[in-house]
Design a protein around this ligand. Structure first.
Ligand code: 5RP
Length: 235
C-alpha cells in the first residue's frame, strides 16, 4: 500500500474511532457499508467482545458477514423497525450534509436503514467533502426490466443538465453487471454538477424503473470527517 493510501486508511480509522463514542449500551444500531464503515464495524465488534450490549442491523450482505464474523448481535428491521443510530460512509458530503451514497452498491438498504434511525452519522475522510454534489457519479438502483428505456429516461431528465449513465460492471468479471443485494442493477450517472439535489431527487422518483437513488437528503445529522488537521464534526 502506498504512503498516501495508508494515510487515507488512517483517516477512515480515526473517523470510525470518533464515532464509536456516540454508541451507548442498549442501542439499536445501523451498520453501514464500505471501507470507512468497516473500521466502525470493527470498533463495535471490539466493544461487544468487552461486554457492550447492542443490537445491529447491517446495510448489506458484506457488512452482515463482517459483523457476524466479529460476533456482533444482529437483528432485522422486521424485528426492530426503529433504530437509535446508524453510522455509515458516503461518497460525497456537501455543507448542508446532503450526501451521495451507493459507491459500494448498497444504497437501497442504506437508505432504508438510515430512514429507520433516529440519527444518521456519516464518517469520512476529507476527500469526500464537496461544495456542490456531483463530483462523484450518482449511483441509481434500477430494475432489469426495461433497462435501456430507464437509462434513457434518466439521461434525459431536465432537472439537471443531463448525465452520462453507465451500467455498473463487476470488477474483473468479463463485463457482467454488478447486481445489488436486492437483485437489481446500478446505473452510475455522471452529472456535470448537481446544483439542486432536491429537484433531481424528485425527478428520479418519477422514473418507474428507478428503485432508489443515491441522493441522501435530510437524512444525515452529523458528519465526522478526518484529515490532516484532525477530526472535524459537521452538524
Ligand atoms: C456503499 C456506500 C459507501 O458508504 C460509500 O460508497 C463510501 O464508501 P467508502 O467508505 O468505501 O469510500 O454508500 O453503498
Amino acid at each position: 500500500m502506498s504512503e498516501s493510501a495508508r494515510t487515507i486508511e488512517g483517516y477512515k480509522a480515526a473517523a470510525a474511532r470518533a464515532a464509536i463514542d456516540l454508541v451507548q449500551p442498549g442501542m439499536r444500531l445501523g451498520l453501514g457499508t464500505g471501507s470507512t464503515a468497516a473500521p466502525f464495524v470493527e470498533e463495535v465488534g471490539a466493544r461487544v467482545r468487552d461486554g457492550l450490549n447492542v443490537i445491529c442491523v447491517p446495510t448489506s450482505e458484506a457488512t452482515r458477514n463482517h459483523a457476524e464474523a466479529l460476533g456482533i448481535p444482529l437483528t432485522t428491521l422486521d424485528e426492530t423497525p426503529h433504530l437509535d443510530l446508524t453510522v455509515d460512509g458516503a461518497d460525497e458530503i456537501d455543507d448542508q450534509l446532503r450526501l451521495i451514497k451507493g459507491g459500494g452498491g448498497a444504497l437501497l438498504r442504506e437508505k432504508i436503514v438510515a430512514t429507520a434511525s433516529e440519527r444518521m452519522v456519516v464518517i469520512a475522510d476529507d476527500r469526500k467533502l464537496s461544495r456542490t454534489l456531483g463530483s462523484h457519479p450518482l449511483p441509481i438502483e434500477v430494475v432489469r426490466f426495461g433497462l435501456k428505456a430507464t437509462v434513457q429516461l434518466i439521461q434525459a431528465l431536465s432537472a439537471e443538465a443531463g448525465c452520462e449513465g453507465e451500467i455498473r460492471l463487476r470488477p474483473g468479471e468479463g463485463g457482467r453487471p454488478f447486481v445489488t443485494d436486492q437483485g437489481n442493477l446500478i446505473v452510475d450517472c455522471a452529472f456535470p454538477k448537481i446544483a439542486e439535489p432536491e429537484v433531481l431527487a424528485f425527478a428520479l422518483t418519477r422514473v418507474p424503473g428507478v428503485v432508489e437513488h443515491g441522493l441522501f437528503l435530510g437524512l444525515c445529522d452529523m458528519a465526522i470527517v478526518a484529515g490532516a488537521n484532525g477530526i472535524q464534526v459537521l452538524k
